[in-house]
Design a binder for this molecule. Structure first.
Ligand code: FES
Ligand SMILES: [Fe+2]
Length: 356
């Protein structure tokens, strides 16, 4: 169950689209036990059938609304822990203890897909499922040349706050000055848009390499090197980011080191999110080195969490926040484009009226 205490002001407007594939869980999290997870203001129950297929259904019994996750899995069926109604993987009621035959009731089930490291879920309009981009395959976690680590945090903040955080890396020199020690992201990145994808890119040509990067590459901190930091808003559900390192003597060569991240954010509700993150690199990838890398990232992401939760906490407490507004600068360009992309995504969910 979600562990963050509920403090949200439910009057807060929804700013996430339903018609989108979202990350529900890591694939290995879903097995033959019952996983309950709130996603898009919806209680969802996840498990695998004996054949290994993932099932996602509303975690609420249609009899008297007990969470089905408090019941038990019997073969491939869920038995509600309150009065023992059973439901099959399709959601259909198969058995009621006080009846000879099951009544024609069912619990809602949702489409799921396994793609890359994740189980993706679609909680939107079934008629529109083919209109939205399919789950995105990140690719590199399955590449054996990468060491990979992952994490999952429940953050008490609207998911957009994290999107904007990872699209504007100028915060690294402040929020993460000690943990990451990367303080040279002092100019706005180049931002490009294509369809609904927003991409930023920042090149550091013949610049001193921050210590963390240099040591992992087996070089002295401050060595003059080329690096490129770039990332994309792929969909409301996912962002990816990268750092490539190149020898300045061979600027057009293949990177001599690559770091990759993915940031999958799924709203729990309007003021909380699941943050599924993955990190990988193709150098310093032995277990000890990767453990250290993952530990530093965990510290850094906890620093982000503290800032984002503080922002959300003020937003929750002060409905007049909008009166002071926000002032954007050039470094916010990627985040502003992402907001617009999400606005368009949500507008496509609305059925046009004659007047529109
Ligand atoms: S609430 Fe589930 S069987 Fe009654
Ligand atoms: Fe950060």
């Amino acid at each position: 169950m979600d562990s963050i205490p509920f403090t949200a002001d439910k009057a807060v407007a929804r700013n996430y689209p339903y018609n989108c594939w979202w990350v529900a869980a890591y694939r290995e999290e879903v097995g033959r036990s019952l996983l309950s997870r709130w996603l898009l203001d919806t209680p969802v129950l996840l498990y695998r059938t004996g054949a290994g297929d993932v099932v996602a259904m509303e975690d609420r019994c249609p009899h008297r609304q007990a969470p089905l996750s408090l019941g038990v899995l019997r073969d491939d069926e869920i038995e509600c822990g309150y009065h023992g109604f059973r439901f099959g993987a399709s959601g259909r009621c198969t058995h009621v203890p006080t009846m000879a035959g099951p009544p024609p009731i069912s619990v809602e089930t949702y489409p799921v897909r396994e793609c890359g490291p994740f189980v993706w879920i679609y909680l939107g309009d079934q008629q529109r499922i083919d209109d939205v981009p399919p789950p995105y395959d990140i690719g590199w976690p399955a590449d054996p040349s990468f060491g990979v680590r992952s994490g999952h945090i429940e953050v008490a903040a609207n998911y957009m706050l994290l999107k904007e955080n990872v699209l504007d890396l100028s915060h690294l020199g402040f929020v993460h000055a000690k943990s990451f020690g990367i303080t040279d992201l002092t100019s706005p990145p180049q931002v490009t848009t294509e369809d609904e994808t927003v991409t930023y890119c920042q090149r550091f040509t013949e610049k001193p390499l921050p210590a963390g990067y240099a040591l992992a590459l087996g070089m002295e901190p401050g060595v003059i090197w080329n690096r490129e930091t770039y990332g994309s808003f792929v969909s409301p559900a996912l962002q990816i980011s990268s750092v490539d390192f190149r020898d300045p003597a061979k600027p057009d060569s293949e990177p001599m080191g690559r770091i990759r991240f993915c940031h999958a954010t799924t709203p729990i509700d309007r003021t909380r999110m699941h943050y599924f993150y993955m990190l990988g690199r193709d150098h310093a990838r032995d277990d000890d080195a990767m453990d250290i890398f993952a530990k530093v990232i965990k510290i850094g992401f906890a620093e982000d969490q503290a800032v984002l939760e503080a922002i959300q906490n003020f937003a929750n407490r002060s409905p007049r926040r909008g009166s002071s507004g926000e002032r954007s600068v050039k470094a916010d360009a990627a985040g502003v484009h992402a907001r617009r992309a999400i606005d368009r995504w949500m507008a496509r969910e609305t059925i046009p009226t004659d007047a529109s």
